[in-house]
Design a protein around this ligand. Sequence first.
Ligand SMILES: [Zn+2]
Length: 208
Amino acid sequence: MARIDPLNDGGEFQSPALERLVRSLGRLPGLGRKSATRIALHLVAENGGAAELTEAVDEARRLVRNCSRCGAITETDPCRICTSQRRDPSQLCIVSSPIDVLPFEKGGFFQGRYFVLGGLLSPLDGVRAQDLPFARLQARIEQDGVTEVIIALDASVEGETTALFIQRLLEDRSLNLSRLATGIPVGGALAYTDEVTLQRAFQFRRPF
Ligand SMILES: [Zn+2]
């Protein structure tokens, strides 16, 4: 006889409140019903940290925003990178997601500023050029007197498509345009690349 898995075979607790908590947790990225149930039971137990978690979520929702100039995660707008006098405004590094800024900052080898696209072109998923802030990118390049643009996107089909689109978009400007050299694993996400690999890819970035 097959064993019944109470969490995956439709079993429900005798508490609609707990079921609601499990369902909301289960909608979080990377959490299935099993993990959601384990976390829910932990949270409702005494000293489970629920109050601290609720407070942390509230505070983060209140304070966290995207920098209106570069799109990085920040609590002050513009962010510290955009306002720092020590950063070189003529160098602009284009990344797809706010988390891609982190390995660069941890490595400490890039002293320019960033522009976060907030996504990658993906015709199959319906992400088209008008869905990404390319107009704001062009304005930023003009306002800041950018002379060097470094394209630092994931080594995926979407990353390549987007990089080529940016190259065509900017080719009429007299810019030093480069992209990260090989070293980023094919199919790999930039944010999870180790600093050494990223630094090498950055140092040996190649012109289009
Ligand atoms: Zn910023």
